[in-house]
Unconditional design. Structure first.
Length: 239
């Protein structure tokens, strides 16, 4: 029994010492540097997206919707005649709301009344041949659409330009990391992590107008779109 107690006491005394020794020998995390690089590729757009709509009024909800449907059918027919395929035309918003009289009047004590109804139907149209964009806009508003909400430009196949922008972003990050570590008297080691964010943007002419003013093909300047990629890279520092 005395021998067993002696062994237990010796073990208990040795545990804190072993734990302390282990804590002292844990390896430190490697020194690192984190840099964000950017890549950009500019190119002319090859597609446009039009947002347009038909808004009609009526004394009843049914009358407003019927008038809207008639005008929208004319818009769709004109778009198809202009060469737009069905798959590039999408309804993006449909609403029917009461048209109220003046707001509540404290003097008369009368609550506002419904004077009629307003129906709106919005379309998103993709145009893949930009030299026809002006004529498509003109066709859309010829005798149907009475609201143009805007035009945006983009790319049908952005992946090749995104890949090139990614390469430029990584190269930019590496150049920055090499410059910073060189100034500090150390060198860049292996990559530890890479994170990316990307997209494309650029000059996107936007306008809104009453369709009644459009009587000729609308002139539109497409400009350029910019494909942008940002990468954040962490390197281990080799000392």
């Amino acid at each position: 029994m005395r021998v067993l107690n002696t062994l237990l006491l010796a073990t208990a005394l040795s545990l804190p010492v072993a734990g302390f020794a282990t804590a002292q020998t844990l390896p430190l995390p490697p020194a690192s540097i984190t840099v964000t690089g950017e890549g950009r590729v500019d190119s002319p757009p090859d597609m446009a997206t039009i947002s347009l709509g038909v808004t009609t009024q009526g004394t009843s909800a049914a009358e407003a919707m019927a008038a809207n449907s008639t005008q929208l059918a004319a818009v769709l027919a004109n778009l198809k005649a202009a060469g737009i395929e069905d798959r590039f035309i999408q309804t993006s918003g449909l609403s029917l709301n009461p048209n109220w009289s003046n707001s509540y009047s404290n003097e008369s004590g009368q609550a506002p009344e419904i004077m009629g109804y307003v129906a709106s139907n919005n379309l998103t149209v993709q145009v893949n041949t930009l030299d026809t964009l002006g004529s498509v806009l003109d066709a859309a508003v010829a005798d149907g659409a009475n609201t143009l909400n805007g035009v945006t430009f983009g790319l049908q196949e952005p992946k090749p330009l995104l890949d090139e922008a990614r390469k430029r972003a990584v190269a930019d990050a590496k150049d920055r990391a090499t410059l910073l570590t060189g100034a500090a008297g150390v060198t860049v080691g292996p990559i530890m992590t890479i994170n990316e964010s990307s997209g494309y943007t650029g000059p996107q002419p936007m306008f809104r107008m009453d369709a009644s003013v459009a009587s000729e093909a609308v002139p539109v300047a497409a400009g350029q779109v910019s494909t942008l990629v940002s990468v954040t890279v962490t390197w281990e520092i080799a000392q």
